[in-house]
Design a protein around this ligand. Structure first.
Ligand code: GLP
Length: 252
């Protein structure tokens, strides 16, 4: 695992954007795994700036990690709407090559299989971008998700629903279920990059990197991945015991 600790959230975001831009430059038809959440909004802004400076997304295929069950794509709080607004409508990506699980599919289990087949057909994910939940979830793989889990419907914890409620209108509750890639799918990506910023992520980040490999912290599964990079700001890195070891090893 590569642990990169940067002085500010904006530096962590810029480094992550640079990594993704490099991937697209070296492989213009890259298959990207994308994530949502507040952490990713400045990252997508940074990718838009890369695009304005000449980076083309025209050949890129994308697969998002997850979508709320029950929300049709045009719903303002769907992750499809989030992705369109945050990135897809602002760059030259071919919308037909952008994929998210269909939240309102009549049979979510069939949808999960369709989504996995589509990822396989595309040749698999070259670079999987990840955020981390305060409880250590990745995608919507909540604590105690099997480390061998595949795309499926997952019940969201009360904590996750409360944290994500901000995106919903007053009086509107967060959906109880999500369709999410499983931990096994995430580990199949050629490369994983997890971006975490802010104090609220420090405990989950420390468990993921330095805690035991355990389903109680789904992000700890990245310990099994041969090419996983954590990009952190100082706040998110605050509880790491081996900070002094990680610091000098950071590539420029
Ligand atoms: C949601 C998403 C995750 C994301 C997490 C953290 O639960 N499904 O992919 O990592 O939120 O979000 P935030 O960046 O808002 O803290």
């Amino acid at each position: 695992m590569k642990i990169i600790i940067l002085g500010s959230a904006s530096n962590a975001v810029a480094r992550t954007a640079e990594l993704i831009a490099q991937k697209i430059r070296s492989k213009p038809d890259a298959v990207l795994g994308l994530a949502t959440g507040a952490t990713m909004l400045p990252l997508y802004d940074a990718l838009v700036v890369h695009h304005q400076r000449g980076l083309s997304f025209a050949g890129v295929t994308s697969f998002n990690l997850d979508e709320y069950v029950g929300l049709p794509a045009p719903h303002p709080q769907s992750y499809r709407s989030y992705m369109n607004a945050a990135l897809f409508d602002r760059v030259d990506i071919n919308l037909a090559l952008t994929h998210l699980p269909q939240g309102d599919a009549p049979d979510p289990e069939v949808e999960a299989m369709r989504y996995e087949a589509l990822i396989a057909q595309s040749g698999g994910i070259d670079l999987q971008l990840l955020g981390i939940g305060r409880n250590g979830h990745i995608g919507f793989n909540e604590p105690t998700s099997s480390l061998a889990s595949r795309t499926r419907v997952k019940t969201l914890t009360r904590e996750t629903r409360d944290v994500n409620r901000d995106a919903f209108g007053p009086g509107e509750d967060t959906p109880s279920f999500a369709l999410t890639m499983g931990i096994a799918n995430i580990l199949e990506a050629s490369e994983c990059v997890l971006l975490a910023t802010g104090k609220s992520k420090a405990k989950a980040v420390a468990s993921a990197i330095e805690g035991p490999l355990a389903a109680i912290c789904p992000a700890s599964a990245l310990q099994l991945h041969p090419k996983a990079t954590f990009i952190l700001d100082e706040d998110a890195a605050a509880l790491l015991k081996l900070r002094e070891y990680y610091l000098p090893i950071q590539p420029a």
